[in-house]
Design a protein around this ligand. Structure first.
Ligand SMILES: [Zn+2]
Ligand SMILES: [Zn+2]
Ligand SMILES: [Zn+2]
Ligand SMILES: [Zn+2]
Ligand SMILES: [Zn+2]
Length: 327
């Protein structure tokens, strides 16, 4: 869960009652003139009652006040400016509340009442995501993700070619012969991945070899298919493609006998490097989400690979993967 528990500083609200006293020889702190009739004393300073003003609305404060730094406020004005509002229901946040990766703040109860987007993890509601819906495959997707999702099959091919090019730029060369991409829903991903399926899987790479003969000469040929989830925006598909293309590279260039942690950590690392090379807010957030993933294989593997290889040439990791099976 990529959300933080926060305690609102509502608890710091001071409600103090100023004293109204009868005239003595005091100077009003506000207007700097002598006070000949009633005055009020606040924390050792004196004011004409009509000169003890709220820093927010500039009107006289009668009765209790709240203080922040050296400023005084009506308690209601204080509440208005210093208390955060819930991004789901717009009511004031008091006590414990949550903040997600995107900076949205909300009451804890909304986590029970609302579902979260299976793609971006935002809480699905009118104010934050403009609503959302549940797809036939069971995924809850917010409207921000749905509205920006990839629509046509040719766009998926375009993204695959783009990623192959970009990864080559980062130093990862993939043999693209018989490589294809198929967008699927969660049900399709489930049947492609079989026993390897889990609900946080976003893509899957299947390599099958077939044999045949041409003019009496036998040959075996490999077909590589990358399955990616549909109905989500391009940058999420790109992150998944970078991961899956690294699986293809591992298959083509190593014995592919690394531990799951080294394998998935390295695939995540390629995705992480790609996302870092993209100057985009969402890309940055996805890499943050990957880094904070508590899964020991994916998040844990990524953190270990970063620790060992970040700042080095990619070829060092690639050579390591050819010779080693674990981190
Ligand atoms: Zn005054
Ligand atoms: Zn006020
Ligand atoms: Zn709320
Ligand atoms: Zn979403
Ligand atoms: Zn993987």
């Amino acid at each position: 869960m990529n959300i933080k528990r926060i305690f609102s500083y509502l608890a710091l609200l001071l409600i103090l009652l100023p004293q109204v006293c009868s005239a003595q020889k005091h100077i009003c702190k506000y207007c700097d003139t002598g006070i000949s009739s009633k005055f009020i004393e606040v924390e050792g300073d004196y004011y004409h009652p009509e000169h003890f003003l709220c820093a927010e609305c500039k009107k006289q404060i009668e009765g209790s006040y709240a203080k922040n730094a050296d400023n005084f406020y009506h308690p209601s004005c204080y509440k208005k400016i210093f208390h955060s509002k819930c991004d789901v229901c717009s009511a004031t946040l008091e006590g414990e509340y949550f903040v997600d990766l995107y900076g949205n703040k909300y009451h804890p109860e909304h986590l029970q009442e609302n579902s979260r987007c299976d793609n971006c993890d935002r809480i699905i509601c009118e104010n934050i995501t403009g609503g959302g819906k549940q797809l036939n495959d069971g995924r809850n997707l917010c409207n921000l993700c749905l509205e920006n999702s990839v629509k046509s099959n040719s766009s998926y091919k375009f993204l695959l070619n783009k990623l192959i090019d970009r990864l080559r730029g980062l130093g990862l060369n993939i043999d693209t012969k018989n490589l294809s991409i198929i967008p699927v829903d969660r049900t399709g991903l489930k049947s492609a991945a079989g026993a390897m399926y889990s609900d946080n899987l976003k893509g899957f790479c299947k390599i099958s070899s077939g044999s045949g003969s041409v003019n009496g000469r036998k040959f075996t040929e490999e077909n590589t298919t990358i399955y990616v989830l549909d109905n989500i925006p391009p940058i999420y598909i790109e992150a998944t493609l970078a991961h899956e293309l690294m699986h293809v590279w591992l298959h083509q260039n190593t014995k592919n006998n690394q531990t799951d942690q080294l394998k998935e950590g390295s695939c995540h690392y390629i995705s992480y490097l790609y996302l870092k090379s993209v100057n985009d807010k969402t890309a940055h957030l996805i890499s943050k989400m990957m880094l904070s993933d508590t899964n020991p294989v994916y998040g844990g593997g990524l953190r270990k690979v970063i620790e060992k290889f970040s700042g080095k040439y990619l070829v060092e990791l690639l050579n390591y993967l050819k010779k080693n099976t674990s981190l």
